[in-house]
Design a protein around this ligand. Structure first.
Ligand code: KG4
Ligand code: ZN
Length: 420
């Protein structure tokens, strides 16, 4: 079973081929990503119109390259007939930018009709977690070179897990667009434990970087800067949210019922459940207050009040102040998600914890989680943390093998606000 994945939800045009083999292992046969990030860096954030136009230009060459990389010269397969090898197409339907999603979905619909392949609609956030199910790599992917490396730097030095995550799986998906904690009892059977009420954590990194005058995207530039800073120099607030989402409330009441019956339920019982630790009635996040606190701190550090324009603050901050603010912000932002993940792990006792999204690349996150949790923690390779189509194809493989319904290629619509 080989699935072509297509991803265009934000500023990366991506296509990949993943193979599902007997026993459930996923092998990465190709992974191609064309990013328009350099174009957006000029504006300090993604410009939707530029992203959409860039997808239109890149989508066809990216798909061609993914098919070529997957099949050329492998096992005598004729590279002029890659479509004979493909069993289905998986495409990101949402959430994401409308104009961007449209390009990928229309390309996938057209190819599904032209080549008579089943089409699978993929939730981008769910797909981020599925990057962790890829455990093997094809010989061509291994040899592929990065565009920049021009034959010098091997692009495909992938660090993959040796085994697939085991259910129940707790997923932390953290990126520029999402901050979600999800509990999977099995494939396609999950509960959203919590999500952000406002900014995503990656968005907070991007906005704080802008305040400090550090380049976009903010995550990598803040983490680089933070290495030399004092993470305890400044005190910054952690949001305290009191509401409990209906899905979490229901999960707890079902778990309580099972507890009452003394765990004599069959194996489809919800999952192991203990009381949440004190102060953890819910798993929602909020990062906009932290971002504002950084702005107020920076204004105070330069002796100005709240009316001082945010885009001029960085000119007045010393390099030492920037470095210490970056380190303190990073510590608090990462502590927030690590605290909630640790609490959810205590409450729901998952067998594996999987990370996904651009912020999963953060070394600070990895260090803090390793100190708090002795569980099986899965981090995707850095190239599979940020947006890519391998994760989309990976989820598509399970949709196809577990007989999930396919989408109608004549009518599949984008869902920019798709939730979990
Ligand atoms: O998954 P992704 O490529 O795109 C979205 O779906 O949003 O994630 C991009 C986000 C950006 O906000 C970027 O600042 C953040 O991931 N990021 C990081 C790091 N590397 C990327 N955040 C913190 N630390 C990092 N090392
Ligand atoms: Zn993403």
């Amino acid at each position: 079973m080989k699935i072509l994945g297509i991803e265009t939800s934000c500023d990366e045009t991506a296509a990949a081929v993943v193979e599902y083999s007997d026993g459930g292992a996923l092998k990465l046969l190709s992974n191609v990503v064309a990013s328009s990030i350099d174009l957006h860096a000029l504006y300090g954030g993604v410009v939707p119109e530029i992203a959409a136009r860039s997808h239109v230009e890149s989508i066809q060459p990216v798909i061609d390259q993914a098919l070529d990389q997957a099949f050329s010269g492998v096992g005598g397969v004729n590279r002029s007939q890659p479509w004979e090898q493909i069993d289905g197409i998986a495409v990101t339907q949402g959430p994401g930018l409308g104009g961007s999603l449209l390009v990928g979905v229309m390309a996938a619909r057209t190819l599904a009709i032209a080549h008579s392949k089943p089409l699978y609609a993929i939730n981008h956030v769910e797909a981020h977690a599925y990057a962790n199910f890829i455990t093997e790599i094809g010989s061509n992917t291994q040899k592929a070179k990065s565009k920049k490396g021009a034959g010098k730097t091997p692009y495909a030095n992938y660090h993959l897990p040796t085994t697939s995550p085991e259910f129940p799986v707790l997923g932390l998906i953290v990126s520029g667009g999402h901050s979600q904690l999800v509990l999977w009892r099995d494939h396609f059977d999950y509960t959203l434990l919590g999500q952000t009420n406002d900014d995503a954590i990656g968005e907070a990194f991007d906005k704080v970087a802008k305040i400090l005058g550090l380049p976009y995207p903010g995550g990598p530039s803040i983490s680089k800067r933070a290495q030399e800073g004092d993470p305890y120099k400044y005190q910054l607030p952690k949001a305290n949210i009191s509401s409990v989402s209906p899905a979490l409330a229901e999960l707890r009441s079902v778990a309580k019922e099972i507890d009452k019956k003394g765990h004599d339920e069959p194996s489809d019982s919800y999952t192991t459940h203990s009381s949440p630790p004190p102060n953890y009635s819910n798993y929602d996040f909020s990062f906009s207050g932290l971002k504002t606190a950084v702005l107020r701190l920076a204004q105070a550090e330069i002796g100005a009040d709240y009316s001082f324009p945010s885009h001029k603050v960085s000119e007045k901050l010393s390099e030492a102040q920037k470095t210490d603010i970056a380190a303190s912000f990073q510590r608090v932002a990462i502590e927030t998600i690590v605290d909630k993940t640790t609490a959810a792990a205590q409450e729901f006792q998952p067998k594996s914890i999987v990370l996904g999204g651009g912020v999963a690349a953060s070394q600070e996150l990895r260090n803090q989680l390793a100190k708090k949790l002795s569980k099986n923690i899965y981090y995707p390779d850095i190239k599979l943390c940020t947006d890519n189509a391998a994760m989309v194809a990976a989820l598509g493989c399970f949709k196809a093998t577990l007989k999930q319904p396919s989408a109608d290629p004549y009518s599949l619509e984008i869902e920019p606000d798709l939730g979990m």
